[in-house]
Design a protein around this ligand. Structure first.
Ligand SMILES: C[S@@+](CC[C@H](N)C(=O)[O-])C[C@H]1O[C@@H](n2cnc3c(N)ncnc32)[C@H](O)[C@@H]1O
Length: 240
């Protein structure tokens, strides 16, 4: 179990409670989610996502699942490159918020990472961007992702991580003081953004995350830091 699985912000909660509270957060932030991302990251999330999508090799027949796909940012970019993409997310509100800009080829499916609505060994690639820390149980979700990937199939995860030392204190201060205020100002939801910051703070760092992915059965697990480790891409292959 990861150190996030039974927490919501600073509270200890049951997994059921955690999952309900997380749903509520995304229901609240959905209408302003994309705008807030631009404010909070000074637009850098776009660069990370662009890099992430270009990092993923795929062939035109591949089926890619974008888990926790939310408003469809990653899916749209992948579709523009010729991929077939299915977004899986429990938040109808997040998926609806993205529908205005979504391309016809993006298929939205309501579902959760801990119980994916796919047969064993049926998916070529699974991407997840800023979503894995919201799973009720990260290890269950990783095992489930492993189950649905075909042998040779790959998992690509973009997530916040542990920044390197010279910038870490500034980054922590920014997260602690600026983000909740921006959340209040732009999205009118300071508590929701407080949760997002707590979940980033408690998230396993690069090496811990690598171990969790390996424990779920993945091989050849590697990672690549972005922006001095503020964000990180983890990659794992299903070799079974
Ligand atoms: C921070 S948003 C990321 C959205 C998008 N992938 C991006 O990069 O902008 C996290 C998403 O995770 C979804 N989520 C929360 N719990 C989930 C779960 N158990 N399984 C799958 N997705 C979940 C939320 O509904 C939300 O859309």
């Amino acid at each position: 179990m990861s150190k996030l699985d039974n927490t919501f912000g600073q509270q200890t909660v049951s997994q059921n409670e955690r999952s309900n509270k997380i749903r509520r957060v995304f229901q609240l932030v959905a209408p302003r989610y994309d705008l807030m991302n631009d404010f909070m990251s000074f637009g850098t999330h776009r660069i990370w996502k662009h890099f992430f999508v270009n990092f993923i090799p795929f062939s035109s027949n591949d089926i890619i699942v974008d888990l926790a796909g939310g408003t469809g940012d990653i899916a749209r970019k992948l579709v523009k490159k010729g991929a077939h993409v299915i977004v899986v997310d429990p938040s109808i509100e997040m998926m609806q918020a993205g529908e205005k800009t979504n391309l016809r080829q993006v298929i939205n499916v309501a579902g959760i990472g801990e119980r994916l609505p796919f047969a064993d060994s049926s998916i070529d690639k699974l991407t997840i961007s800023f979503g894995i820390r919201n799973m009720t149980s990260m290890s269950d979700a990783l095992k489930e992702i492993h189950r649905v990937l075909k042998p040779g199939g790959q998992y690509y995860c973009l997530e916040f991580s542990q920044p390197m030392m010279p910038i870490r204190p500034f980054y922590n201060l920014y997260n602690q003081y600026v983000i909740p205020r921006l959340g209040a100002l732009v999205a009118g939801q300071p508590e929701a953004y407080q949760y997002l910051i707590e979940s980033i703070k408690r998230f396993p760092h690069q090496e811990e995350m690598k171990s969790l992915i390996e424990e779920a059965g993945f091989s050849e697990v590697t990672y690549r830091n972005l922006f001095f480790g503020i964000a990180c891409i983890h990659i794992g292959t299903n070799k079974s």
